[in-house]
Design a protein around this ligand. Structure first.
Ligand code: ADP
Ligand code: ASP
Ligand code: MG
Length: 412
């Protein structure tokens, strides 16, 4: 008998009919002789609707109260799924994050899980029940409700699978697995049968929404085998594991894109050895995450320092740099918002020279201007105009031989 953690995302529980279908699927898993813990997200677009609701009542939206509000979405789903299971004769019990023993740090909106005590879940499994757990939420040591960041139900599922030493964690969603790129952008995206944790982590961090980056981090840390598959079909999905076979002749596994990119440049900064330290230490103290950094010497005596941040951090970044400007002696602070980052990922890149060159050629030949570049052992990212991003993904997909013969299956 295996212990399986199954997670169903918002689109998989979007209506009463969807919930009944999920209940049937879970009951079938139990009938095949398995124990099951099920993690669910809020129904359909509930989380977005709740955010909109908050915007309608107040300009001030403290993170603590937002967490209190948003966690109600998942609470609706767990109660309904537990009932739907009982309706078809499968004993079940629903748990909120804290009832499931999920402790987090005291950070609202993007808390990390600090501890998970699965004893209550284990006791209920012993009695033959399916335990239905609310995704995306936990509780601090002081008893405050927190959320794990958008898309965080994946992380709840993997953390539970790790704590329960489950045999498998299945992530059910609205596409049939992890594809070579977002199948909503490239119709002929290719389903990837298996992918390594490292490659998946890069793709998730670089914008592939199919898995929450922290879920992949946990899966790697605790060696949890992850299966991403569709809740709308029974076709095989994608297995995420330590090492994955690459299809013959391929170097690039996948392409991700991210529109949450803003570029900031400090122009004409008189050269001093500690400029970079001063700028980035100050931003770090303000919790501003910096991505790509480029320093270019303009003259012998001055440089430009450019970097990217998430769009939500742009206003604060400009404020912080404004305060630093007199000390640095920078001539100007310039920013650009209509940008995107497109990235290619593949573990084989490190031993294949010319991959970055092929990327630059494909983009420039198609009239796209590359504004910034960053590389690691298994990825190359380029910052380009936001208007070009879908074309860039398509061009790169074809250039690296990723186009599938058949169109991808996408729900909705
Ligand atoms: P859920 O609500 O089930 O958590 P998400 O919307 O968070 O679903 O994630 C699934 C979506 O991720 C897909 O509908 C797809 O558009 C998007 N996506 C982005 N990149 C990829 C990729 N490489 N492979 C598959 N899906 C991707
Ligand atoms: N409901 C939350 C969100 O929409 C968490 C999740 O779906 O994973 O982000
Ligand atoms: Mg998701």
């Amino acid at each position: 008998m295996a212990l399986i953690v199954q997670k169903f995302g918002g689109s998989s529980v979007a209506s009463p009919e969807h919930i009944k279908r999920v209940a049937r699927r879970v009951a079938d898993t139990v009938e095949q002789g398995n124990s099951c813990v099920v993690v669910v997200s809020a129904m359909g677009d509930t989380t977005d609707d709740l955010i909109e609701l908050a915007q309608k009542v107040s300009a001030v939206r403290p993170a603590r109260e937002m967490d209190m509000l948003l966690t109600t979405g998942e609470q609706i789903s767990i109660a309904l799924l537990a009932m739907a299971l009982q309706d078809i004769g499968q004993d079940s019990v629903s748990f909120t994050g804290w009832q499931a023993g999920i402790r987090t740090e005291a950070v609202h909106g993007k808390a990390r899980i600090t501890d998970l005590d699965p004893s209550r879940i284990l006791a209920e499994l012993e009695t033959g029940k399916v335990v239905v757990v609310a995704g995306f939420q936990g509780i601090t040591d002081d008893g405050d409700i927190t959320t794990l960041g958008r898309g965080g139900s994946d992380t709840t599922a993997v953390a539970l699978a790790a704590a329960l030493k489950a045999d498998l964690c299945e992530i059910y969603t609205d596409v049939e697995g992890v594809y070579s790129t977002d199948p909503r952008v490239v119709k002929f995206a290719r389903k990837i049968p298996e992918i390594s944790y490292d490659e998946m982590l890069e793709l998730a961090n670089l914008g592939a929404a199919v898995l929450h980056p922290r879920a992949v981090e946990y899966a790697k840390q605790y060696q949890v085998p992850l299966m991403v598959r569709s809740s709308f079909t029974t076709n095989p999905g994608t297995l995420v594991k330590e090492e994955a076979l690459m299809e013959k002749g391929m170097v690039v596994r996948g392409i991700a894109h991210d529109l949450n990119v803003a570029k900031v440049a400090l122009v004409g900064v008189p050269n001093r050895n500690d400029n970079l330290k001063v700028v980035f230490q100050t931003l770090a103290q303000d919790n501003i995450n910096v991505d790509i950094i480029v320093q270019s010497i303009v003259h012998n005596d001055c440089s430009d320092i450019s970097f990217t941040v998430a769009k939500d951090d742009l206003t604060r970044t400009i404020e912080v740099l404004g305060q630093l400007q007199p000390r640095l002696g920078a001539k100007e602070i310039v920013c650009e918002e209509d940008l995107a980052k497109v990235s290619i990922v593949g573990a084989g890149m490190i031993s294949n020279p010319g991959v970055a060159a092929q990327m630059f050629q494909a983009l420039t030949e198609n009239g796209m201007y590359i504004k910034m570049v960053s590389t690691s052992e298994i990825k190359v990212s380029c910052v380009i105009d936001a208007a070009d991003v879908e074309k860039a993904v398509q061009v790169l997909h074809t250039s690296f031989g990723l186009d599938a013969v058949e169109a991808a299956t996408v729900a909705k």
